[in-house]
Design a protein around this ligand. Structure first.
Ligand SMILES: [Zn+2]
Length: 136
């Protein structure tokens, strides 16, 4: 194995990215207080412990809130307009700032059931969400 000092600062997030590469969304689980959190952090936001491991999430949740971005100043994201910036509440509890993709943005509503899909950006698989089609 090579030693890459550049990625060392983010080593605590390695488990997240490794699971994402395999198509699985994982949450950080605190071994001290049992709290779940996402995105990966160095410490538990509930109790401050640094004893954290990763547990798989169902990948399902609901749209907690969102904003459809129609314009923004020149940036890396200009070509992607319009897009939906969203907070998804996973079925397991943690909330995640993300994007809703592959859907008609005009029909989005809060509380819509969504599931995780990974969208590759700059070589990294980023967790995004798509609405779950009505089974009815
Ligand atoms: Zn904790």
């Amino acid at each position: 194995m090579s030693t890459n000092t550049e990625s060392h600062a983010d080593a605590y997030a390695d488990g997240f990215w490794e699971a994402a590469e395999g198509g699985t969304l994982v949450m950080q689980h605190c071994l001290s207080c049992d709290a779940l959190q996402l995105y990966p952090r160095r410490r538990c936001v509930t109790c401050g412990s640094s004893s954290l491991d990763y547990v798989p999430a169902s990948g399902r949740g609901t749209l907690y809130t969102f904003s459809v971005i129609l314009r923004n100043p020149p940036s890396d994201f200009t070509e992607e307009l319009p897009y939906a910036l969203a907070v998804v509440r996973l079925d397991e509890g943690p909330k995640l700032l993300t994007r809703v993709v592959d859907t008609d943005l005009e029909t989005l509503e809060c509380d819509t059931p969504v599931r995780c899909v990974f969208v590759r950006r700059d070589g990294k698989p980023l967790p995004c969400f798509v609405p779950i089609e009505d089974q009815a």
